[in-house]
Design a protein around this ligand. Structure first.
Ligand code: AHM
Ligand code: MG
Length: 337
């Protein structure tokens, strides 16, 4: 019989053998995973759990909040605030940072999350997820402030997501490759199912919201036009398209079989760098993708090299199979800014 390895066992073994998961970080990851299990239970209840529909409020980005956006946010805060491993948290659903209340011990880590990514898919029973990113509080910092969070993605200590789909899968990196754990619903535990995830360098599959095509800049149009031209075009091969409108699900497909995901800047709101948020969507996904041998840029620069200036900063995103990301980035660098 093959040995079943739970997330807890995996983390303890990593800590013992390689020493690259400090005790506090291990606790943090386990707590996030536990919160994801609770979110998965709510997601699975759907209409029976009165979790569908809007909450009647808006978040700081002016987006309508769904009931599950708020439930997931609360679950993550409640699970994480008391363990002593965190200094503060930040979320897509909260304007400012959330300080660990004084009645609990304070730790060294900063946790950021998009509690429920792909909100537009909640009510239609399509895969959604939780994305998280872990940073360390700068050394010597007294207390904790929003500035402490504004570190480039290259500083992440860990990142991952949990996708709530036909299976609930937790995908994790601590900077030593990417590992996937599938939730065993009967046992209530995450079980290691894929190690050393690796994205093929080439692909024939792209993911982009094509309805925005007329608003893109020329290099983006050029890339997609060439894909659409197929075998007869300059690429000499046919491409397939997928767009789930849940970044977690699109990234999960790319980590599983390759592909390229794009959410580029467009002309409708020229001052907005993109739709997706740098700190709790693009950075954690870029970390996972790079750890699996792929690449992630904002069409010109490596995403993880960008220094954020705001918690909810937005960014253009191109990530996935390395050779495609490099091609798209080169098309942008070759064109006039
Ligand atoms: P959300 O965090 O509010 O759910 O928004 C992010 C989502 C991504 O998961 C997805 O890639 C994108 O928005 C979908 O955008 P669109 O509605 O343009 O297809
Ligand atoms: Mg999101």
């Amino acid at each position: 019989m093959t040995r079943r390895v739970s997330l807890t066992q995996y983390l303890i073994e990593q800590q013992r053998q390689h020493g690259h998961i400090p005790q506090e970080l291990r606790l943090l990851i386990e707590v996030v995973a536990r919160a994801c299990k609770r979110i998965a239970i709510s997601v699975n209840k759907g209409a029976l759990g009165d979790v569908l529909g809007t909450a009647g409020s808006e978040n700081v980005q002016g987006e309508v909040q769904k009931k599950l956006d708020i439930i997931a946010n609360e679950v993550l805060i409640e699970a994480n605030e008391w363990g002593g491993h965190l200094a503060a948290m930040a979320s897509e659903e909260m304007e400012g940072i959330y300080l660990v209340p004084n009645r609990f011990p304070q730790g060294e880590y900063l946790l950021m999350f998009d509690p429920l990514d792909g909100s537009s898919n909640i009510d239609v029973n399509v895969s959604i997820g939780t994305i998280f990113s872990v940073l360390k509080k700068p050394e010597g910092a007294k207390g904790v402030s929003e500035e402490d969070f504004l570190q480039p993605g290259s500083q992440q200590a860990a990142a991952g997501y949990c996708v709530y789909g036909p299976q609930t899968t937790l995908v994790l990196t601590v900077g030593d490759g990417v590992t996937m754990f599938t939730l065993d619903r009967e046992q209530g535990s995450f079980v290691l199912t894929t190690e050393s995830v690796s994205i093929p360098e080439d692909t024939k599959e792209f993911a982009i919201n094509m309805s925005n095509m007329r608003h893109w800049d020329e290099p983006m149009k050029r890339y997609i036009d060439e894909c659409l031209a197929g075998k007869e075009g300059p690429r000499g091969k046919d491409f397939n398209m997928r767009w789930i409108a849940s970044m977690v699900a699109d990234v999960h497909r790319i980590l599983t079989r390759g592909g390229v995901f794009m959410y580029p800047w467009d002309k409708r709101e020229p001052n907005k760098a993109g739709k997706l948020r740098l700190m709790y969507e693009a950075n954690p996904m870029a970390f996972l993708i790079e750890q699996a041998g792929g690449a992630a840029t904002n069409t010109r620069q490596r995403i993880m090299d960008l220094t954020p200036t705001q918690l909810h900063e937005r960014v253009s995103v191109v990530l996935g199979s390395k050779n495609e990301v490099e091609r798209i980035t080169a098309y942008h660098l070759d064109a006039k800014p």
